[in-house]
Design a protein around this ligand. Structure first.
Ligand SMILES: [Zn+2]
Length: 236
């Protein structure tokens, strides 16, 4: 069966992106560096398909992307039609639940889909995400919070994480970041992934971060993720 896709491109602040919607919703989003490989990737995802000029059904996605990239919108409200294996779909659902300003590791996503040993497969599925930005695969980081590969390129991943407040802005260090986040969310707790100890934002251990830490809204949440309370700042 031939899938019909409605195609448009949009010039956004991050560059030119491509959007393909099926009858059910947004089915594929191409970041600027992916756009040249469009035809091969569409064939791989959809098999035989017919590409028609967009009839307006991509408008909503384009508008929400523009607002999101301008910092005017926190998340997306769109009909989506991601195509993948049951495992990929489960991974993408778990990734979609990682909220703005937060991050998760591949191992955490593997546990959340009930396959704690499938860390590499989770990484592959995350890399095959057909709806970058909308399904926020950029929020998935390495086991100690290092920024690992991104289909749209690492500079874009870092830019998106700064935009969302998961990393310091250009003009502030991690201490400034922790203070800003705590001002917005007084219950915030910060867990450096290398030590898996969680702290109050003002603790000296949150002042010398170099990688993206976990953030929690409560000590219970931190404990559920396997983090221990700091003995210096006593967050519980
Ligand atoms: Zn501490």
């Amino acid at each position: 069966m031939t899938t019909t896709l409605w195609w448009s491109e949009a010039e956004l602040s991050i560059g030119r992106v491509g959007l393909a919607s099926s009858e059910r919703g947004l089915a594929r989003l191409f970041l600027p560096v992916e756009l040249p490989e469009r035809d091969a990737r569409l064939r791989r995802t959809f098999g035989p398909h017919e590409l028609r000029p967009d009839d307006g059904r991509n408008d909503q996605a384009r508008g929400q992307l523009e607002a999101y990239l301008a910092g005017q919108r926190g998340d997306f409200d769109l009909s989506l039609d991601p195509r993948g294996t049951p495992f990929q779909l489960a991974v993408w659902r778990a990734v979609a639940e990682v909220g703005r300003g937060r991050t998760a590791t591949y191992g955490e996503i593997a546990r959340r889909v009930g396959q704690p040993r499938a860390v590499r497969a989770v990484g592959a599925a995350n890399g095959d995400n057909p709806l970058a930005i909308v399904v926020p695969c950029h929020r998935i980081v390495g086991s100690t919070g290092q920024l690992t590969g991104y289909g749209g390129g690492l500079p874009l991943k870092e830019w998106l994480l700064r935009l969302e407040g998961a990393m310091p802005r250009d003009d502030e260090g991690w201490a400034g970041w922790a203070a800003r986040r705590a001002a917005a969310q007084p219950s915030l707790l910060i867990g450096p992934r290398s030590t898996r100890v969680f702290c109050r934002p003002g603790c000296r251990y949150t002042q010398r971060l170099s990688r993206v830490p976990a953030t929690f809204g409560s000590a219970d949440e931190a404990a559920r993720e396997g983090y221990r309370a700091c003995r210096v700042c006593h967050p519980v």
